[in-house]
Write a protein that binds this ligand. Structure first.
Ligand code: SF4
Ligand code: ZN
Ligand code: ZN
Length: 307
């Protein structure tokens, strides 16, 4: 394939868009597209303060790089989970996130879960899940709580995460298999903020995972290749494999699946009453918005198993 812009040999072939681009034009195309999605979904403006949740992986570092290139006011947040038994996953991802920030003169906030809560994520899983399940449920809860807390305390308007199309399509697939309307309801490129809760946005939600991998590689971004050791065997990975098979036979299928869901949403897939369920109230302990009656799940967990 040839580059559509200059006719030179394409470095990145994207049959899903019927498009090939050389290195230079691909590195221009990604931020252009990101800017288009930011505007289309009214994610944020140049005046707003953005906090990018950075894991040290290719997607979140690329997102930070792109927002920086586009001139947005974006700082980073790294949450040290303490997942290091035999793997150094957290130590290494933190090192890479810090290196990325230092090389570009960007501000990175680091929150250490153990210092903040008294336990690492595997330790929380050991006590609250009695070691019977993977720590992902606790990990998600703690990460969400810390991201919201930092965004609120430091006055950020928007919290941006690096979820790509493959992530979103896999979650959508899982939620569709079980027709879980409550989760489907929460899946969107933008979740509006409420007092005390920053708006949540996913500027990369329309990029294929391989497009983001190509971007990180061609931009020379150093990121952690290893996945978190607990991600092995997750259902989302199986869904990604299934969707990849589908995509292989039918380029563009993944994107169509996701975009048609967004269209259906816009055309009233959910009733106004269901949309209202998205409304939250503040947790009486930490003040963070929650849908649970009474204390939020984070405060319930800390109350029961902390100390
Ligand atoms: Fe946390 Fe690892 Fe599970 Fe991801 S895979 S939610 S980082 S424990
Ligand atoms: Zn070109
Ligand atoms: Zn709470």
């Amino acid at each position: 394939m040839k580059c559509k812009k200059c006719g030179q040999r394409a470095s990145v072939n994207m049959p899903q868009h019927n498009l090939g681009l050389c290195r230079e034009h691909f590195l221009e195309w990604v931020p252009e597209q990101t800017e288009r999605f930011i505007k289309k979904y009214a994610m944020f403006t140049h005046e707003e303060k953005i906090l990018v949740a950075v894991s040290g992986g290719k997607d979140s570092l690329s997102l930070w790089d792109i927002l920086h290139r586009l001139g947005y006011r974006a700082d980073g947040l790294y949450i040290a989970l303490g997942i290091d038994e035999g793997v150094d996953y957290s130590v290494e991802s933190q090192r890479l996130a810090e290196k990325f920030a230092a090389e570009r003169g960007l501000t990175l906030h680091v929150v250490n879960v153990q210092e903040q809560t008294g336990k690492t994520i595997p330790e929380w899983a050991e006590t609250s899940l009695r070691g019977r399940q993977k720590p992902c449920a606790v990990c998600g809860l703690v990460k969400r709580h810390e991201m919201n807390r930092i965004a609120r305390d430091l006055g950020y308007d928007v919290l941006a995460t690096g979820h790509n199309l493959d992530d979103e399509a896999a979650v959508l697939f899982g939620n569709t298999l079980s027709w879980s309307r409550e989760y489907l309801l929460r899946q969107a490129p933008v979740l509006p903020g409420t007092p005390g809760l920053a708006r949540k946005v996913k500027p990369l939600c329309r990029f294929y995972e391989r497009e983001m991998a190509a971007y990180a590689l061609l931009r020379g971004i150093e990121y952690i290749y290893e996945e978190c050791p607990y991600s092995a065997g997750a259902s989302s990975i199986r869904y990604k494999e299934l969707l990849n098979q589908l995509e292989h036979d039918q380029p563009g299928a993944k994107l169509a699946f996701y975009l048609k869901f967004l269209d259906a949403r816009q055309q009233g897939l959910f009733s106004a009453q269901e949309e209202k369920q998205l409304e939250l109230h503040p947790c009486p302990n930490c003040g963070q918005p929650t849908s649970a009656p009474g204390l939020c799940s984070y405060c319930r967990m800390v109350g029961e198993f902390g100390g």
